[in-house]
Design a protein around this ligand. Structure first.
Ligand code: TYM
Length: 332
């Protein structure tokens, strides 16, 4: 049975993009896999986070993930900094990964922007920590959105080079599980940018904690074009905003995008948007309610995370010890 690992940064409130691109898949994989899910606070601090806001976001992220349907009793949910094996294995991987590999990472280029000299060293080696997250559990299946594809490829390069350098068949190859329809949910303000929890504009995203009125208002204001919805997917190719809204509706209703066009072709956004907004609001209402319920008892939530961390450490610590032994580090 393949072990599943995935992570999410507590760098804000989770978005509809996180849900459709990743968390929904996490929930589905629980039925037939052993799953480890992690709120990756060490990744979040690669860019500055307000300490109080980070604490709040870490708990809220864990609560949202449970509210989406992750079962912390049957599977493992914890925050990354509670299991030191992640940072320890990441250090070994810092010594395995090559600068040339990291220089090719598009996420570093995007996130460091025009002032690369001012980016943290942590942001640069971010992909090595992500490889450690997965490989510390010998996980082989990683459900993520499309934007993580390059990081998974790098994790495989690291695993392969480690195995080669230390003449061991130790780390397995990883497979990304990327959804067919909603692998890339785009911003409501700009259909060429991905929807992100850290975008400065709250209007660019639907957050899992938005109430129905906010959702209706954000979708009403979402950027579109004046043409009605077309009859074929090919006609959406140069209409990124329209394509995005059709994709969201398709994903939420579990229907192919073509069926959405069959139903709405010829109608304008004035007709389509209210139907879409109702569908989004209906899907998110129970998640929002359950997140609030869980956030009302912080000691219980923290206890759940601690139990998750203990179970995670029980898997990761022996794997780390074996990796350290292969490298030639003396046992503790
Ligand atoms: P993060 O926190 O940016 O996003 C969490 C998950 O949501 C997916 N996602 C999206 N999918 C579709 N459309 C979008 N607009 C969208 N935005 C985000 C992401 O692909 C991701 O699956 N580096 C990771 C966190 C991480 C991780 C890991 C993931 C750290 N270690 C190990 C997997 C395995 C990240 O920044 O995700």
């Amino acid at each position: 049975m393949a072990r599943v690992f995935s992570g999410i940064q507590p760098s804000g409130v989770p978005t509809l993009g996180n849900y459709l691109g990743a968390i929904r898949n996490w929930v589905a994989l629980q039925a037939a896999h052993e799953c480890v899910f992690c709120v990756v606070d060490l990744h979040a601090i690669t860019v500055w986070q307000d300490p109080a806001a980070l604490r709040q976001a870490t708990r809220e992220m864990a609560a949202s993930v449970i509210a989406c349907g992750i079962d912390p009793a049957r599977h493992i949910l914890f925050h990354q900094s509670a299991v030191p094996a992640h940072a320890q294995l990441a250090w070994i991987f810092n010594c395995v990964a090559r600068l040339g590999w990291l220089n090719r990472m598009t996420q570093f280029k995007d996130k460091s922007g025009s002032d690369r000299e001012a980016a943290s060293a942590g942001l640069y080696v971010y992909p090595n920590l992500m490889a450690a997250d997965i490989l510390a559990y010998h996980a082989t299946l990683v459900p993520v959105g499309d934007d993580q594809r390059q990081h998974i490829e790098l994790a495989n390069d690291i695993a392969q080079k480690f195995n080669h350098d230390y003449a061991a068949d130790f780390f397995p190859q990883i497979q990304a599980a990327i959804p067919a329809i909603s692998a890339r949910v785009m911003s409501l303000r700009d259909g060429t940018k991905k929807m992100s929890k850290s975008d400065p504009s709250d209007q660019s995203r639907i957050s899992l904690t938005d109430d129905a009125d906010t959702i209706v208002q954000k979708i009403r204001k979402a950027k579109t074009d004046p043409a009605p919805l077309p009859a074929t997917l090919a006609e959406l190719e140069h209409r990124p905003e329209a394509r995005n809204l059709v994709g969201i509706f398709a994903a939420l209703t579990d229907t192919p995008a073509q069926s959405v066009l069959d139903r709405f072709a010829g109608q304008g956004f004035g007709q389509f948007k209210p139907v879409l907004a109702e569908c989004v609001a209906e899907a998110l209402a129970p998640i929002r309610a359950e997140t609030r319920r869980l956030m009302a008892d912080i000691p219980a939530l923290d206890a759940l995370l601690r139990q998750g961390a203990a179970r995670a450490a029980a898997i990761a610590t022996p794997i780390l010890a074996e990796a350290e032994a292969l490298v030639g580090l003396l046992p503790r």
